[in-house]
Design a protein around this ligand. Structure first.
Ligand code: 13P
Ligand code: ZN
Ligand code: NA
Length: 273
């Protein structure tokens, strides 16, 4: 099933998919293993910086080969595409889905840029996600401009976008204080638009709030920082305790910690499956 069809179905049924970022072979194999163990479908996300790190060809083929080898139902998605040319390159390379993030631009410009990508993606059959409102980026001060339901309605109608990232109290990276998602606002936006809603910044959001957000209409849960964090913390610990130089013995311990994390998150997100 195409991702846009799955997300539309999720919206109807009140279910969600986990969307995990990967950075290298180890984190890719971690999310695929967790998906396999829980019999879950999953969205594999590449950020612009991960594409710059691995190169588009390697990053794309790694994901495709992984999906095939692990026998998982998964989709490849570009996370936070800012550069229109790169977004188009990813679509040309066969990505199932892309995010065009022009959320920092004025409303009308966001519409124009998003619509350009929707038009480009349509003949290719790809899903398009856009962002409306402002979800603070990693390393930035955590400011927040909530998404307004009436703007979301207009934005989705004018762009024809399938999926919409909304600002409802989450932020990228870890939180200084436990976040409090605006659950009523999620329900209002869900009611107002035909698009499937996406929750960004899920690292650090408590399990019960993730489930409540899904009950209100979130169909895609984006997780990145916690994966990087647990992988690197376990790697640091392992290296501080041993002189092992065979990376094929060291990395799997860090990979296992990421598997355990993603399995937990999948169990949280799949509670209605
Ligand atoms: P976190 O890094 O907070 O998990 O957010 C991930 C995200 O939104 C990727 O688009
Ligand atoms: Zn995000
Ligand atoms: Na977060």
């Amino acid at each position: 099933m195409k991702l846009q069809e799955q997300l539309a179905l999720n919206k109807k049924e009140g279910k969600a998919l986990l969307a995990t970022n990967f950075y290298n072979f180890e984190t890719l194999s971690a999310v695929l293993t967790a998906a396999k163990e829980t019999n879950s479908s999953i969205i594999l996300q590449l950020s612009e910086s991960s594409i710059a790190y691995m190169g588009l060809e390697v990053a794309t083929q790694l994901a495709r080969a992984g999906i095939k080898q692990y026998g998982i139902n998964a989709w490849l998605h570009l996370d936070h595409g800012n550069d229109v040319d790169l977004v188009k390159k990813c679509l040309d390379a066969g990505f199932d889905s892309v995010m065009i993030d022009a959320s920092e631009r004025p409303f009308e410009e966001n519409i124009k840029i998003t619509k350009e990508i929707v038009d480009y993606a349509k003949p290719l059959g790809a899903n398009v996600e856009a962002e409306l409102g402002y979800i603070s980026k990693l390393g930035q001060e955590q400011k927040m401009i909530y998404t307004r339901p009436e703007e979301a309605k207009k934005f989705v109608e004018e762009t024809g976008v399938n999926a919409l990232a909304i600002a409802v109290g989450s932020a990228h990276g870890f939180y200084k204080e436990t976040p409090k998602l605006q659950l009523d606002l999620i329900a209002e936006i869900n009611e107002a638009t035909t698009a499937a809603l996406v929750l960004h910044g899920s690292s650090g959001i408590p399990h019960d709030q993730l489930q409540e957000s899904i009950k209100r209409g979130i169909t895609k849960i984006n997780l990145a920082t916690e994966i990087k964090n647990i992988f690197m913390k376990k790697l640091q610990l392992t290296l501080s305790e041993s002189d092992e130089i065979d990376l094929r013995k060291v990395f799997p311990l860090a990979t296992q910690s990421a598997i355990d994390l993603v399995r937990d998150k999948l169990n949280t997100v799949n509670f209605r499956a």
